[in-house]
Design a protein around this ligand. Structure first.
Ligand code: ADP
Ligand code: MG
Length: 592
């Protein structure tokens, strides 16, 4: 008799293996299988089924694997384990916790070693909130346990279809991850199911256990002025940060992960350099959470892969991250996911596709690159949950195009789906104008989309932002001209435009990530400082000649520059602000 869950390897091609299955064996796309390689079971994922031949990618080195090795299919799709205790964890792409290995394994697992994603022994204080007899559906809250700073709701499993009656719910008390905390009965067919704190979700499928998707129309504050003021990000929105190597993508993501106003931050680190990921793992737990003073790790999850790990594991990491993000969103939280760099992930796709001998598209990326990228970014969003709360998942991905050429397929396909584009430029990073987001090429669709909520802070806000965008373009044109004809060759008015744009650049766009005051700017301060800056931008200065223009504008420049390093509304801040206001008032009076 044939074993209906087994097959045998017929070809090994690097991380891609092909196995043959017998008549009647049913294999699912994305099903997990284990290859028995000299007694060690190696985890793999089915990526193509053609008749009785099954192609699988192995998440481990396939050294020693030979034709004839036995394959066992699990019947389960590649899934993430979800439940309380994810926060603070550092996982690899398959959700093996790396924190536990820190000492003995030096961050790397032995081949064939897989660990529980969550602590099965830990007890959680459960408080029920739903009532016996209530009719519920997927995603509705049954109760909660405290996890770090907030209530971690325990939901009706996200995968359940139809409506269910709560026939039993456990009283308050401490329970382990796999203890039954509720019994549900299907209202149609009467079948019963016990609910625990833990659930599984197939990583490549979006979670849909919510009432509706909402248009992202609220800002997610990052405290980075260039983003918040010029190219705002929406809660539940998406953005892409492409930039050449060394332009500051990783540093920018780290700043955002620390200061953005999110409840939960998920970092998917597909390192460019092998050491980079280890640095992230070492440094992050030491960082202080600016919101609470506790460890930043309490609200962070890190999923990491280095370029030295097998490609399949790298590909999985982004899906694992997004799935964890959707899970915390379904608990009514504001989740921010940062993926650095998605180019590594796309390269993993390219590698698998080449091994499958698929017809290559542009730059040898598979033709389905665009739809894969879209499928990941589409999982972000602001949603109304079945219980009425809202939750959001905001996604920011970096792209590292070779040579900083934004025309390549990964950047281009990402730009088609995201709502904001923060393009880093080599020339700005060379001039150490950090963050090196180039204001002349970047954009955010959310500026207009969020107009109503942005203008609650100040009427006409969006118009002001668009006006300063125009000033930056004009300033750059004058600058180009000056490079050719020198300062003597341009008109006085043009010089003033240029000097104004330089002030905007220095005091608003550039932000010093090493300065304790400047590195993060609160909303209140952003609004107040920006409005003052705009008074300067809008003022028609009257100067006798270029020399006077230079002198006066340099003095203003200095005041603004000093002010940005002073604590908001402190004595020094007020002093510089007063000086600026009096110069602006004098210039304004001169006009009359
Ligand atoms: P990328 O990830 O794009 O390759 P990194 O983020 O690693 O680049 O940045 C490279 C270097 O540039 C950093 O080590 C740092 O010295 C400098 N840098 C980048 N961003 C900033 C910033 N905001 N402030 C100060 N220095 C920065
Ligand atoms: Mg980097």
């Amino acid at each position: 008799m044939v074993d209906l869950s087994k097959g045998r390897i017929i070809a090994v091609n690097g991380p891609l293996v092909t196995c043959e299955i017998g008549q009647g064996v049913d294999v699912l796309q994305n099903e997990v299988a284990y290859v028995n390689c000299q007694g060690t079971l190696l985890k793999s994922e089915v990526i193509r089924v053609r008749g009785r031949q099954v192609d699988m990618q192995v998440f481990e080195s396939t050294t020693g694997m030979t034709v004839g090795d036995e394959v066992e299919f699990s019947g389960q799709l590649l899934s993430a384990t979800l439940g309380p205790g994810i926060l603070g964890m550092i996982y690899d792409g398959l959700q093996n916790p790396l924190t536990q290995l820190e000492n003995d394994q030096n961050f790397f697992l032995k081949r064939g070693q897989y660990l529980n994603a969550l602590d099965e022994e830990k007890k959680w204080e459960f408080t029920p909130s739903a009532k016996e007899g209530a009719i519920v559906k997927a995603g509705q809250y049954l109760g909660s346990v405290p996890e770090s700073l907030f209530k971690h709701h325990i939901t009706v499993p996200l995968a359940l279809l139809g409506t269910w009656k709560i026939i039993k719910i456990m009283p308050p008390g401490s329970y382990k991850l796999s203890d039954t905390i509720a019994l549900l009965k299907n209202t149609d067919d009467g079948h019963e199911l016990s609910v625990t704190f833990k659930q599984e979700w197939p990583v490549k499928m979006p979670v849909r256990a919510y009432k509706e998707r909402l248009l992202p129309n609220r800002q997610l504050l990052t405290q980075c002025r260039l983003i918040d003021v010029f190219f705002p990000l929406a809660e539940g929105g998406t953005s892409c940060i492409p930039g050449p190597f060394g332009a500051g993508k990783t540093v920018l993501q780290q700043i955002i992960s620390r200061y953005a106003e999110a409840d939960v931050v998920i970092i998917v680190a597909c390192g460019e350099r092998a050491g980079e990921v280890v640095e992230t793992i070492r440094e992050f737990p030491e960082l202080e959470d600016p919101k609470t003073g506790g460890s930043l790790m309490n609200r962070t999850v890190i999923i990491c892969n280095t370029s030295s790990m097998p490609v399949a594991a790298r590909e999985a990491s982004i899906y694992t991250g997004v799935t964890i993000g959707e899970y915390y969103r379904s608990l009514g939280l504001k989740v921010l996911l940062l993926a650095d760099s998605t180019s590594r992930w796309a390269q993993a796709l390219r590698e698998s596709s080449a091994r499958l001998e698929e017809i290559p598209g542009e730059e040898a990326f598979p033709a389905y690159l665009e739809s894969r990228i879209a499928a990941v970014y589409e999982r972000a969003g602001l949603v109304r949950l079945n219980d009425g709360d809202t939750g959001s998942l905001t996604l920011i991905g970096t792209v590292s195009p070779a040579g900083g050429n934004f025309e390549e397929p990964v950047t281009q396909n990402t730009l088609k789906v995201v709502g904001a584009f923060y393009g880093l430029s080599r020339s700005r990073s060379d001039q150490r104008r950090y963050p090196a987001i180039d204001p002349l090429i970047s954009w955010s669709l959310y500026l207009r989309q969020m107009q109503e909520s942005l203008e609650e802070r100040h009427p006409g806000w969006v118009t002001l932002v668009e006006e300063v965008h125009r000033l930056l373009y004009a300033g750059s044109e004058v600058h180009q001209m000056m490079l050719v004809v020198g300062e003597e060759g341009i008109a006085l008015d043009d010089l003033v435009i240029y000097l104004k744009s330089e002030i905007v650049d220095a005091v608003c766009l550039q932000q010093d990530s090493f300065d304790t005051v400047d590195r993060a700017t609160s909303l209140e301060r952003q609004v107040s400082d920006f409005l003052l800056l705009m008074e300067m931008v809008r003022l028609q200065f009257t100067f006798a000649d270029k020399e006077e223009a230079r002198r006066e504008m340099t003095a203003l420049h200095n005041c603004f520059f000093q002010m940005k390093y002073c604590p908001f509304q402190g004595e020094a801040y007020q002093k510089y602000r007063g000086e600026i206001e009096s110069v602006l008032a004098r210039q304004g009076a001169d006009r009359k």
